[in-house]
Design a protein around this ligand. Structure first.
Ligand code: SF4
Length: 346
C-alpha cells in the first residue's frame, strides 16, 4: 500500500528545498548511474562535506566507469587516501572492472543484479536503482532511518529495528518519482529531522508524525548500547635516509588498510609490544618520540609509539623511500599521515 498524500508532501518540500550536491542531477533530469554509484560508495561512513572534493577529483580523473576500470589499482588507492575504509576503494575498482566486463559498461538497473557487484550492499543497490533508474526501491540510510523511526515512533531499538523500518520505507515509497522521494527523505533527515533538535516547525509531514505529537522526537531512533571499543597497541619505525626520504612499505592485500602504504611497524596487540625494536626494519640508534599517535577504527582504538632513526644510504630492498613532500602521491592512509605529522610537526 502506498501513501500518496505523504509522498506528495515530501516531494513538494523537496522541489523547494533540495540540496545541491555535486553528484545530483538537476531537477527533472535523470542521474548518471556511475555518478550515483561513485558518490554512494564514498558516502558510506563518510560525510557529504568530505566526499564532495574526493568525488570531484575522481570524476575529473576518471570521467566514465570504463576509465576507472582501466586505472591501476594503486592510482585509485592513492586518490582514495584519507577517506578511510580502504576495502571500499578496492571494491570500487573491482566493481568498475566487472561493470565493463559483464555489463558492457552500463550499470544494471535491478537491485538483485546490482547486489552481485563487489562493494554494493542492500543500501547502495536500492539507492542506485531508485535514483539512477527511478525504480521504487526502498532506500534506507541513516537519515531515512531516523525520519521513519520518528514518524512512526518505533520503540524497538536499532539495529534490531532495521527490518521493521525498511518495511515502513517500502510502504511509504511512491511509484511516481521514487528516486526523488529517496533523496527527499535523505535531505529531510539531514536538514530538518536532525539528530538533535529537529526543526519540526519546518517539516512537511509534522502533522502526521507520532514522535512529534508525543512531544519528544529526539528520543528516536532508540539504540541498543554499543559495546566499548577495545584498545590495541603497536609501534612504528620512522627511518630516514640521507636525502630525507622515509621508508614506507606496502601492507598485505587482505585485512585492514590492505594494499595501502604504511610506515613499517609491529603487529597491533592487546598490550604494548614488550620488545618492539625486534620488529624494526634495520638495526639502528632508534629513539622513541614523546607522545605517539592515537587512532580509532570501527572496532578498536589504536595507540602507536613512534621510533625514529636515520641511515646513510637506504637499502631499496627494505621498501619504498619517499620524501615527505611526496606523501600526497602515495596511498598513505590517515593513520600514517598522523604519524608523519607527529614526527615532522606539520
Ligand atoms: Fe522529524 Fe519533527 Fe518531521 Fe517528525 S515532525 S519527521 S520529528 S522533523
Amino acid at each position: 500500500m502506498t501513501h500518496p498524500a505523504h509522498a506528495d508532501l515530501i516531494l513538494d518540500w523537496y522541489d523547494h528545498n533540495r540540496r545541491r550536491l555535486p553528484w545530483r542531477a538537476e531537477a527533472g533530469q535523470v542521474a548518471d548511474p556511475y555518478h550515483v554509484w561513485l558518490s554512494e560508495v564514498m558516502l558510506q561512513q563518510t560525510t557529504v562535506q568530505t566526499v564532495a572534493d574526493y568525488y570531484r577529483r575522481f570524476l575529473a580523473r576518471w570521467p566514465r566507469v570504463q576509465d576507472l576500470a582501466q586505472a591501476p589499482l594503486d592510482d585509485v588507492l592513492t586518490e582514495w587516501a584519507g577517506l578511510g575504509y580502504y576495502a571500499r576503494a578496492r571494491n570500487l575498482h573491482k566493481c568498475a572492472a566487472m561493470v565493463v566486463a559483464r555489463h558492457r559498461g552500463s550499470f544494471p538497473a535491478d537491485e538483485a543484479a546490482l547486489r552481485l557487484l563487489p562493494g554494493i550492499g542492500d543500501y547502495t543497490a536500492a539507492a542506485i536503482s531508485a535514483i539512477a533508474f527511478d525504480i521504487p526501491a526502498a532506500v534506507m540510510d541513516g537519515n531515512i532511518e531516523r525520519v521513519v523511526s520518528r514518524l512512526f515512533a518505533v520503540e524497538e531499538p536499532l539495529p534490531a529495528a532495521k527490518p521493521r523500518l525498511k518495511a515502513l520505507v517500502a510502504d511509504l515509497t511512491p511509484q511516481q518519482r521514487p528516486g526523488d522521494y529517496a533523496q527527499a527523505m535523505m535531505d529531510l533527515g539531514a536538514m530538518v529531522c536532525t539528530p538533535r533538535r529537529p526543526a519540526c516547525g519546518l517539516c512537511p509531514v509534522s502533522a502526521r508524525c507520532i514522535a512529534r505529537i508525543s512531544d519528544d522526537p529526539e528520543r528516536f531512533p532508540l539504540k541498543s548500547p554499543k559495546p566499548d571499543k577495545p584498545m590495541r597497541y603497536g609501534a612504528v619505525f620512522w627511518l630516514t635516509r640521507k636525502d630525507g626520504a622515509v621508508l614506507l612499505r606496502r601492507r598485505a592485500e587482505k585485512g585492514l588498510l590492505g594494499g595501502m602504504m604504511e610506515v613499517p611497524g609491529t603487529e597491533w596487540l592487546d598490550q604494548r609490544p614488550p620488545a618492539p625494536l625486534g620488529d624494526a626494519p634495520v638495526k639502528a640508534e632508534w629513539q622513541r618520540l614523546d607522545g605517539g599517535v592515537r587512532h580509532t577504527f570501527t572496532h578498536f582504538h589504536l595507540d602507536l609509539s613512534i621510533y625514529r632513526a636515520a641511515v646513510g644510504l637506504g637499502d631499496p630492498k627494505l621498501g619504498t623511500w619517499v620524501t615527505p613532500d611526496r606523501f600526497g602521491e602515495v596511498a598513505l592512509p590517515t593513520l600514517y599521515r598522523k604519524v608523519a605529522k607527529a614526527v615532522l610537526g606539520r
